[in-house]
Design a binder for this molecule. Structure first.
Ligand code: MEV
Length: 440
């Protein structure tokens, strides 16, 4: 059995690798070589990445691709995406091109409100607590003035503090439910710093509140933390065109296609098993841009899925309709993201991604990200209701399989050509590869 290690974080990078390779891999020499192969030759750049997290031993690459031709609010964008799944960038690019000649994407910001909460326990009279809170509110704001000053200069700050009585759900449980505007920042540090001051103020002032009994004075702070559930930090993105413009050469099949799209979206609306996969496809586009622009994709995922179940049942994040011969396809999604702070100022590739996007404000980035999600979903559902997903997916996955099989460049070229005319499946690729290699 491997013994636990003390002080791993204090070891040098080389020593960490030696330890891990020796104890957890079967060929430590090879592991060491491979991990070092992924180090950046530029020591300073490598150090920057090493310091993003603790215990870095190497870098983990993801492809950084571009989906061009996105017309968003009459401005043309090339969208950077960081993602490993073969078909995502291709699908986004295809959808972008499809809508480029049909008016492009239009977006609206529905809100930018962020949320944070101080969770606490109070044993006593709820009415007295409400009175205490009313009296305390100006002081809560005054005590965070040094933190909020700069944010207020930029037009943001605290937009509300509310006392919420949650005792019907959990005995003695109350919260300060706070809302914030954080402008171009995602705002996590700003929000959490304000909340921790609120919590301290609340606890200290309760002890001095004359109307409280001793028990009431003893407020217990449980935790102070932002919420990734941001139902009022939402962007809407949509595409629309005359049904006949979907397939201009063929009016009948245009209408049939539009109906199939609407039906598929409606299935995702009523059937959670489908909705989860439908939304996963949306997140393929969303996460890829969120990651490339240095934002926190786990926060976005959590918020998006909460939003998808906000009415009590998990449902589709996109919608589709045919009205007055117009086909309309849209998404509404919460996106608490930023273009300043965090990794955005640190990761050189993030800086490039933001530059490619013409240095957007946080609101503009919300619009771009929502469009990437909508485009991805349009492409996926279009394939699903027409050719099926595997044709395009396997075409993109083909190179992965050939690489796994150790195909040479010449063999890859021959087989890529072969599968332009033939249906690719894993076994079909293996068979064709073996036939080529063995000259059959
Ligand atoms: C695969 O990553 C995503 C899809 O399954 C999405 C969908 O089914 O809508 C193709």
């Amino acid at each position: 059995m491997i013994a636990p290690i003390e002080g791993f974080s204090k070891l040098s990078k080389e020593a960490k690798i030696s330890w891990i390779a020796k104890h957890y891999t079967h060929n430590s020499e090879q592991t060491l070589e491979l991990l070092q192969q992924y180090w950046n030759k530029d020591a300073q750049l490598q150090k920057l990445h090493d310091e993003f997290i603790e215990n870095t031993i190497t870098n983990f690459y993801l492809p950084f691709g571009i989906a061009p031709n996105f017309l968003i609010n009459d401005r043309l964008y090339a969208i950077p995406m960081a993602i490993e799944e073969s078909s995502v960038v291709a699908a986004a690019s295809k959808a972008a091109k499809f809508w480029l000649s049909r008016g492009g994407f239009k977006t609206t910001i529905l809100g930018t409100e962020k949320v944070g909460q101080v969770h606490f326990m109070y044993t006593g009279d709820a009415e007295k607590l409400a009175q205490f809170f009313s009296a305390l509110k100006p002081q809560l704001l005054a005590n965070v003035a040094s933190i909020t000053k700069n944010m207020e200069k930029r037009g943001g700050g605290i937009s509300g503090i509310e006392l919420r009585n949650k005792t019907a759900e959990l005995e003695n449980y109350y919260q300060l439910h706070c809302t914030f505007e954080t402008m171009n920042a995602m705002g996590a540090n700003f929000i959490n710093s304000c909340l921790e001051v609120f919590a301290k103020t609340l606890k200290a002032e309760a002890q001095n509140y004359p109307a409280f009994t001793d028990q009431e004075k003893d407020i217990e702070i449980v935790m102070s933390i932002l919420s990734n559930n941001v139902p009022n930090c939402v962007v809407r993105a949509e595409v629309s065109c005359a049904v006949n413009d979907l397939k201009p050469q063929d009016a009948a099949s245009s209408l049939e296609f539009a109906k199939k799209m609407v039906r598929a979206v409606n299935i995702a609306k009523v059937e959670p098993f489908r909705a989860v996969t439908h939304n996963k496809g949306i997140m393929n586009g969303i996460d890829a841009v969120v990651l490339a622009t240095g934002n926190d994709f786990r926060a976005i995922e959590a918020g998006a899925h909460a939003y998808a179940s906000k009415d009590g049942k998990y449902t589709s994040l996109t919608h589709a309709s045919i009205e007055d011969d117009q086909f309309k396809f849209w998404i509404e999604i919460p996106l608490a993201i930023g273009t300043v702070g965090g990794l955005t100022n640190l990761h050189p590739l993030v800086k490039v991604a933001l530059e490619i996007l013409q240095n957007p404000t946080a609101k503009e980035l919300m619009e771009i990200v929502a469009v990437a999600g909508l485009a991805q979903n349009f492409a996926a559902v279009k394939s699903l209701v027409t050719t099926g997903i595997q044709q395009g997916h396997m075409k993109m996955h083909l190179l992965n399989i050939l690489n796994q099989l150790g195909a040479t460049e010449a063999e890859k070229q021959t087989l890529v050509n072969h599968f332009k005319k033939n249906t690719a499946s894993h076994s079909a690729v293996v068979t064709a590869f073996e036939a080529l290699r063995n000259n059959v």
